[in-house]
Write a protein that binds this ligand. Structure first.
Ligand SMILES: [Zn+2]
Length: 523
């Protein structure tokens, strides 16, 4: 009897255990279904420049890629959610090396104009201006997450303003440079990816090369890079590029040139000379790269045309107009005093008003100025920059920026330069949007489709992808990007944001590499 009872109990335990296992496997079945995503049938572009792999399978588990390869070698897990992506390209999510979405992300955390381009990671804190303290900004972004992964540089102008106050129009003293170095160090410890400068702007302009070298040295000690909107993008471009290289060589850290361009007639066609400055430095062992946006026009106030600031001096105005190729390259897009001028060229307005373009310029400035679009770059030059293997695609845009590059940059490269003009191979264009910026930033788990990498993915139709944004409507959403995943979670699907906010805050870890430099003296 006693033995029977024991065996009954044992049986029950066995029964209960197997019942438990049954429940458990039903439960993990549900979990598996939630966890596994299989995207099948797309042509896979890995981000490294390899030719597309037809009929691929990409399996995502949680926030990572679990497997990727040809259909015959990658098994679709039995419970996976399957997306049939035949006819589409699957590529790593695009990494925007130069983005201005800091404020825009508060207004639109779903980042429609960005994710619709296939962008999954943005590098902020550009042109010398960053949020500060970095730690505070990054934890704020962690508390209110957004659709995109983001990272930031620490801005030179930002720390300069903190130390010099409003008295920025001068050289900094040794003591002030020391103080700024402390703030850069704080930014690097907080997770910044390096130092950014905007040496063409008001706050950065008065800084000497020596000041920038001192601060760049601090960023370099923490394994960061030097990112620069260089001192001049017009007639003095070559000198400005040489200065950036010198800063990197002296401060011993990698250099990245922001939105490389040739913005005046005097330097048009001189890409070989600009590229040689970079290639020469690369041959000497300096790690130099650049990004470039795919437009030939910039947007700013009309007064930037006359760098002497003598806006009523006919000779200076004439020179300013000639530098950008003439008044027909200048379009007024916003003019409070004369709304009837909007979306007309300065040349056309002058003819209508029976004045010379120079007189017309002076009158507009006298009446309160205007916002202009200036077509002072040539597409041949943009193209020549893009054919350099170290030039990556960036937008210099961001949420709410009133230039079509804000919503169109990445699709424009894929549609215009790859499909229509055929001078950039699709896989090379994708490399410039993914593994190249990832390598530049030291992001080891993004920018490539491979097992173990984070599942930042974009699905697009190579036959349709294109920009639609214009100077009149800079926020028009691009076409042809079907689905976008950030850390395995869908953020864009068939023309609309999903509202998910899986973006992560990425922090640079000081001392993870370039440890040798940590030991060098601080000065
Ligand atoms: Zn800039």
């Amino acid at each position: 009897m006693k033995r029977q009872l024991v065996s009954f109990l044992c049986l029950s335990v066995v029964a209960l255990t197997s019942l438990g296992q049954a429940f458990q496997s039903a439960d993990s079945g549900r979990r598996v279904k939630d966890q596994f995503l299989a995207i099948t049938g797309a042509a896979l572009i890995d981000g490294l420049g390899s030719v597309p792999l037809q009929d691929a399978v990409v399996v995502v588990a949680g926030d990572r890629i679990r497997a990727a390869g040809p259909r015959r070698s990658v098994a679709v897990p039995p419970h996976a959610r399957v997306i049939d992506a035949r006819g589409l390209i699957i590529a790593p999510g695009f990494i925007d090396m130069h983005n201005h979405s800091e404020r825009g992300l508060d207004a639109d955390p779903a980042a429609a104009t960005q994710v619709s381009q296939g962008i999954t990671t943005v590098a902020l804190g550009q042109d010398g201006g960053s949020e500060f303290p970095i730690a505070e900004y990054l934890s704020k972004r962690e508390r209110s997450p957004v659709a995109l992964n983001l990272l930031t540089f620490v801005g030179h102008a930002t720390v300069r303003l903190k130390v010099l106050g409003q008295d920025i129009n001068r050289r900094a003293t040794t003591a002030e440079i020391e103080q700024m170095s402390g703030l850069v160090e704080q930014g690097m410890r907080d997770g910044a990816y390096g130092l950014s400068t905007g040496l063409e702007y008001e706050t950065g302009k008065p800084a000497t090369t020596a000041e920038v070298i001192a601060l760049a040295r601090v960023a370099g000690r923490y394994g960061g890079i030097y990112v620069s909107h260089i001192r001049d993008e017009a007639d003095q471009t070559m000198e400005a590029l040489a200065e950036a290289v010198r800063i990197g060589e002296t401060a011993r850290l990698p250099v990245h040139i922001s939105h490389i361009k040739l913005g005046t007639v005097g330097v048009w066609g001189r890409v070989p000379q600009a590229a040689e400055i970079v290639n020469g430095a690369r041959r000497r062992g300096l790690d130099v790269t650049a990004d470039c946006y795919p437009y030939t026009a910039w947007l700013s106030t009309i007064k930037v045309l006359v760098s002497s600031d003598r806006h009523d001096d006919p000779a200076d105005v004439a020179r300013g107009l000639a530098d950008v190729g003439g008044a027909s390259n200048v379009t007024v897009v916003e003019c409070e005093a004369h709304p009837d001028y909007e979306f007309k060229t300065l040349d056309a307005i002058a003819r209508e008003q029976r004045q010379t373009p120079v007189e017309m310029y002076m009158r507009i400035v006298r009446d309160g100025g205007a916002i202009i679009v200036c077509r002072s770059m040539r597409e041949e030059d943009v193209r020549a920059f893009y054919t350099q293997p170290w030039v990556m695609v960036s937008s210099d845009g961001g949420i709410g920026i009133s230039h079509p590059r804000a919503a169109g940059s990445f699709p424009r490269v894929l549609g215009r330069y790859v499909r229509e003009q055929r001078w950039l191979k699709l896989e090379e264009a994708v490399r410039k949007m993914t593994s190249l910026p990832a390598a530049r930033l030291g992001l080891k788990d993004r920018g490539v489709i491979r097992a173990g990498m984070k599942a930042d993915l974009v699905l697009f139709d190579a036959r349709r992808v294109n920009d639609r944004s214009t100077f009149k409507e800079p926020g028009l959403i691009a076409s042809g990007v079907s689905r976008v995943f950030v850390n395995g979670t869908e953020v864009w699907r068939d023309g609309a944001v999903t509202g998910n906010k899986p973006g992560r805050v990425l922090r640079h870890r000081p001392g993870r590499f370039r440890r040798a430099h940590m030991k060098s003296p601080a000065s």
